[in-house]
Design a protein around this ligand. Structure first.
Ligand code: URA
Length: 434
């Protein structure tokens, strides 16, 4: 079959073979299949979907498009986590040190923020000196010595996904389940860990707007990882509202550190403990309740905080910032957004809050934009809480005061205050294990 035939077959609802899918991915990665034909195939997949077998074939083809990390020279069980992306999601900064402090190894590749969502690599780079780009040998050495290293994605890991993601971004084909599953799992399988925990977000600040879609996505990823021989768990977690109070790079690092000191916001602490417990579970450290107890203990003993400081030092950063967060530079301007009326806060729209933080300098509008690490938001009132008129809802931090007025308007429009309170749904909506 030519590429033309493959596009036509999928357009008409046909099922592609493993061989056809591999041929397409190999050809596209090598630059032999042009973007316009790949775009047409992506749109056909968007509309016609893929069977489980096709999705698995696409995942493995993406995994095999570049290097697959061999972590066997690192002793112990290697575990990884992946979040499908959200606002205020600083869980890796808390979870990875907890798990590593308990002896599981975390060799983690993370992403940068794009659009309204933040990225772990940008957050870590707000720690002066921290290097998110290490040679392969340095990366392995830090994992062996400290138990955890977090770096940006290496150039040769799942290169097909890099090209496909950029194309999907501009052809309105991001929010397709088989394409999301293969993109996330192709990268995770190339990362080489023995066990993987997925945090599938659902709600306004995520790609999966409904719980049903998020559950279906999570089940497919878990099944594909399991077929590839990995121990897998997926949690479906709420992303209707930002996680924790801080949105923006150094602000989120400070909140993650507070959480590692046992002083973090309840929602963030709960999600982090559940993710950490599940990583310990896939690492074979016992039943889930025993793993929950281990994770809690590592947080409260300060052992996990020390592991974060050790990782920061090993990756060139200044560990003094971990023990004294007052050292982080502050933005030149801070302005409160005040409640226009008294009542219960019933909505804080995650996507809009993410976009407001971005406009203040916390994110990028284009890939080449520079991040302003100290800008962002501190949210004072979350849904379910009561505010008096004139009380601060959010504090905006920025070095670009010219953008304050627009951000304020956006934040006010994204916050709903009502006479009657709402019941918030649980933070962890499902757990899928194989
Ligand atoms: N995150 C990814 O890595 N890929 C997707 O397709 C969506 C979210």
């Amino acid at each position: 079959m030519t590429m033309y035939d493959i596009i036509k077959h999928k357009r008409d609802g046909g099922v592609l073979s493993d061989q056809q899918i591999r041929k397409v991915i190999e050809g596209y990665t090598r630059g032999e299949i042009p973007d316009y034909q790949m775009s047409a195939l992506l749109m056909a997949i968007f509309y016609k979907g893929m069977t489980f077998e096709e999705t698995a074939s696409l995942t493995y083809a993406i995994r095999d498009s570049g290097d697959v990390m061999d972590l066997s020279s690192i002793a112990g069980v290697k575990v990884d986590k992946h979040s499908s992306g959200g606002v205020g999601d600083k869980t890796t900064l808390v979870v990875a040190p907890i798990v590593a402090s308990l002896g599981a190894k975390v060799a983690k590749m993370s992403g940068r923020g794009l659009g309204h969502t933040g990225g772990t690599v940008d957050k870590l780079e707000s720690i002066p000196g921290f290097r998110t780009s290490l040679s392969g040998e340095e990366f392995f050495d830090v994992v062996r010595r400290v138990g955890v290293a977090v770096v940006g994605q290496s150039g040769d890991l799942a290169p097909a996904d890099k090209k496909l993601y950029a194309l999907r971004d501009v052809t309105a084909t991001v929010d397709s389940k088989p394409l999301i599953v293969s993109s996330i799992m192709g990268k995770k399988l190339a990362g080489g860990a023995d066990g993987i925990v997925l945090d599938v977000k659902t709600g306004s600040g995520s790609f999966m707007k409904t719980v049903e879609d998020a559950k279906e996505l999570a089940a497919m990823m878990v099944a594909i990882g399991h077929t590839a021989g990995k121990r897998m768990v997926a949690l479906v977690t709420d992303m209707d509202i930002p996680l924790g109070h801080a949105v923006g790079n150094s602000l989120e690092v400070v909140e993650a550190i507070a959480t590692l000191k046992g002083q973090g916001p309840q929602d963030l602490t709960d999600v982090c403990l559940e993710l950490a417990a599940n990583m310990l579970f896939v690492a074979g450290r016992g039943e889930i309740d025993a793993c929950r107890a281990l994770a809690k203990e590592a947080l409260h003993s300060g052992q996990a905080l020390n592991t974060l400081a050790a990782m920061v030092k090993a990756q060139g950063g200044d560990p003094a910032y971990i023990y004294d967060t007052e050292l982080f530079a502050k933005a030149t301007h801070a302005r409160d957004v005040l409640a226009p009326r008294s009542g219960y806060v019933v909505k804080v729209d995650a996507e809009e809050y993410g976009l407001a933080a971005l406009s203040l300098g916390a994110g990028r509008l284009r890939k080449e934009d520079a991040i302003d690490p100290s800008s962002g938001l501190i949210i004072h009132v979350k849904p379910g809480e009561y505010v008096q008129a004139g009380q601060p809802l959010v504090t905006m931090h920025t070095n670009r005061p010219i953008f304050l007025a627009d951000a304020e308007e956006r934040l006010l429009a994204a916050t709903e205050i009502a006479d009657d309170n709402i019941t918030r749904r649980p933070l962890v909506l499902d757990r899928i294990v194989v």
